[in-house]
Design a protein around this ligand. Structure first.
Ligand SMILES: C[S@@+](CC[C@H](N)C(=O)[O-])C[C@H]1O[C@@H](n2cnc3c(N)ncnc32)[C@H](O)[C@@H]1O
Length: 268
């Protein structure tokens, strides 16, 4: 059987679905990417065209979730954009006076590297009763991986040596070549599937929110909706981190003041 080819009209339908479901604005240069990421689903079901797969996605919610999983880009690593972790360590934590738990939200958490990097820093200076971290992502598969906290050994290299010694366990047996996040951090962490377009008020309020390397996938109207929704969950005086490769130039951020590049604070 010849490899199925994604036709322009089929691609436009996938573009519409992923935009509606996740707000992701897949431009026309992404056609080959969509074709190759979804090919394995065609193989799985024995479909010869993307139209057959589209029909399935449109009637089957589980397959739609799988399609969203396949079309999101989940690249991440520990201590990514180290400036944010230095700011947390040097500028935020020294001024923190316990009045409740210090709550952090990794709002596009992927497999959890951002959340666990933060957990290592918080746990090394705060008592276990004084912090908690939530990680959310639209992709159900990465959330499962984040809950497990098992990573390829090469990922450990980005973790500072002192924290590596305290919080990373070398995998043995079937986990050879991997490392596991120390279980002592797990009770303070939770990972849930959540769509940034449809946030629930039950998330509560946070002292620090990471929304990094996800705004690039959104158009300006979606960016505005997502940023407004996310900062509704930020305490007054709380911190908001975006990626150094992203900006908020084209949206209204009256509620925020910029502290330094890619770091904002909620007014009030
Ligand atoms: C490139 S990763 C960024 C991971 C991490 N924040 C970092 O900076 O390393 C982007 C993540 O955003 C998630 N994402 C995309 N659209 C989303 C949406 N509408 N709601 C929630 N998560 C979304 C993707 O599934 C992906 O895991």
């Amino acid at each position: 059987m010849a490899t199925p080819k994604l036709e322009d009209a089929e691609f436009r339908t996938f573009q519409k679905i992923i935009f509606k479901e996740a707000g992701i604005d897949l431009n026309d240069t992404k056609k080959i990417l969509v074709q190759s990421r979804l090919l394995k689903q065609l193989m799985k079901y024995g479909f010869e065209t993307y139209t057959e797969y589209l029909r399935l996605v449109q009637i089957n919610q589980l397959e739609k979730t799988e399609m969203v999983n396949l079309l999101t880009t989940n690249e991440t690593y520990f201590f990514r954009e180290i400036e944010h972790f230095e700011f947390l360590q040097k500028k935020i934590l020294p001024h923190y006076r316990p009045k409740g738990k210090f709550r952090v939200w990794s709002a596009a958490a992927s497999v959890g590297a951002e959340a666990y990097s933060t957990a290592m820093l918080l746990d090394s200076v705060l008592s276990k009763t004084n912090w908690e971290i939530m990680g959310t992502d639209i992709n159900t598969e990465v959330i499962q991986k984040a809950r497990v906290g098992l990573y390829p050994e090469s990922w450990v290299e980005k973790i500072p040596m002192d924290l590596r010694k305290m919080y990373c366990l070398r995998g043995k047996g079937e986990n050879e070549g991997k490392f596991l996040i120390d279980r002592s951090l797990i009770p303070n962490m939770s990972f849930e599937q959540a769509n940034l377009l449809e946030l629930s008020s039950s998330l509560g309020q946070f002292d620090l929110i990471f929304l990094r390397n996800v705004l690039i996938y959104f158009d300006n109207a979606t960016k505005q909706k997502v940023v407004d929704g996310v900062i509704d969950h930020l305490h007054a005086g709380g911190y908001f981190f975006i990626s150094h490769t992203e900006n908020l130039n084209m949206i209204n951020i009256d509620q925020l003041e910029q502290v330094q590049t890619a770091i904002y604070r909620k007014k009030g």
